[in-house]
Design a protein around this ligand. Structure first.
Ligand code: ZLV
Ligand code: CA
Ligand code: ZN
Length: 384
């Protein structure tokens, strides 16, 4: 990698722990933590570690998790194992443990590690020791106070935002995962100190989690501070990026946050196993670049992403964007053969993802214009 000439590079911190990568949700489960191993191989292959401060993260403590989660839920998560699950059988539905959120070996370690990384990242930003802090193992936006949901057990994003709120009067949360960021929205539903903005596929009865319509706007003191951009199948680079920019700029200029948390779920890419959009790495990355250009303290977290080779391509590419480096379009020449084979058949960083014809673009100009107008209407209510 090479630094792009003529830019004032940001201080970037990379919060990472290989121990969070070796967990298995189950053989048929789409969430594959080893996608982070692949990401890190690319990051190291391009030498991006030379352009940022890399931290090996620690597990979050139970007290830190209790800033958001209930004690009985944490107690359960800490104690339950695949071996003793039988003795918790009545509690499993209560905590929404099941096929989406199974009990797997090392689950507590996995949860505390990805949450610890987001907390460390938030603290680096608060201390002014980094401008952009990255935790690709985080971004698990569906977890609730007392309940697991959609592959998420601990909501590391809520915990990180709570840290930022100690010193920052307003925090903006932006979520470009293909799913609605319901857990973060719900946690801050009735406060005006956090604005949540999620872009997602919305189909109430047929796409998880079924929330996030334009009518979903927050409540109480938080009324108009939850923003949603419901989309249909197959949105492409040009339409997504135009919509993203046309919404995010006025949101930032109106809300004037002290910091931004950007959830970079990779399941909004084309060819994702669970997603249904047609984005390429370039458009997804351009969203990160656009947010970065506002120059506010920025926390980048991961999230969904179910085609591991593309998840790793994306998050490595976005690491290069954060560090103002150019990694080109080829895979790193020094990438180990055992990792290179995952990138067949193209063996490049930027394969064309939006062209497999799996999802045609069902978003009419009219629909996109309507969702944009709904957001502009919400913004008109803010802060007098
Ligand atoms: O990417 O799941 O649709 C952040 C994130 O946003 C559902 N779950 C629930 C509601 C009833 N169901 C189905 C339960 C299926 C359980 C296993 C799968 C197994 C194999 C292949 C696909 C799935 C699956 N599950 C696809 N979509 C779901 C969603 C949850 C999506 C979570 C997205 C998480 C990390
Ligand atoms: Ca989203
Ligand atoms: Zn998702």
């Amino acid at each position: 990698a090479q630094r792009i000439a003529g830019r004032q590079p940001k201080k970037v911190s990379y919060h990472h722990n290989p121990m969070a990568e070796n967990h298995h949700f189950g053989t048929t489960h789409p969430m594959k933590p080893w996608r982070l191993t692949l990401t890190n191989q690319l990051v190291l292959g391009y030498g991006l570690q030379d352009y940022m401060d890399c931290y090996s993260t620690r597990a979050a403590t139970e007290d830190e998790l209790a800033e958001f989660h209930s004690d009985d839920y944490l107690d359960f998560l800490k104690r339950v194992t695949p071996e003793n699950a039988d003795s918790f059988i009545q509690q499993l539905p209560h905590f929404n443990i099941g096929d989406d959120c199974p009990i797997f070996s090392g689950m507590w370690d996995f949860c505390t590690l990805y949450a610890g990384a987001s907390l460390d990242a938030a603290k680096k930003l608060l201390a002014g020791q980094s401008d952009i802090a990255i935790n690709w193992s985080g971004g698990l936006h569906h977890a609730k106070k007392s309940e697991a949901s959609g592959f998420c057990y601990i909501n590391d994003i809520v915990l990180a935002i709570l840290q930022l709120l100690r010193y920052h009067p307003r925090v903006l949360y932006i979520d470009i995962d293909v799913h609605h960021g319901d857990g973060v929205e719900q946690a801050f539903f009735s406060t005006d100190r956090v604005m949540t903005l999620s872009f997602h596929k919305y189909d109430k009865d047929n796409f998880f989690p079924g929330t996030g319509s334009s009518d979903d706007i927050g409540g109480g003191a938080g009324k108009h501070y939850s923003l949603n951009v419901p989309l249909k199948d197959g949105i492409d680079d040009e339409n997504y990026l135009r919509l993203f920019k046309s919404i995010v700029r006025p949101v930032i200029e109106t809300y004037r946050p002290a910091s931004i948390v950007l959830q970079c779920g990779a399941d909004s890419l084309g060819a994702d196993r669970l997603g249904c959009f047609n984005l390429n790495l370039t458009a997804h990355g351009a969203c990160v670049e656009f947010v970065k250009a506002f120059g506010l303290p920025l926390l980048l977290v991961g999230g969904g992403g179910y085609t591991p080779r593309n998840v790793s391509r994306l998050w490595c590419f976005e690491t290069s964007i954060a560090t103002d480096t150019d990694v080109g379009t080829e895979l790193p020449p020094q990438l180990d053969q055992s990792f290179r084979e995952y990138f067949a058949p193209e063996y490049v960083l930027h394969p064309k993802l939006g062209t497999d014809g799996r999802y045609e673009n069902k978003n009419t100009k009219k629909h996109l214009e309507n969702v944009r107008i709904r957001i502009m209407e919400q913004l008109r209510y803010l802060g007098g």
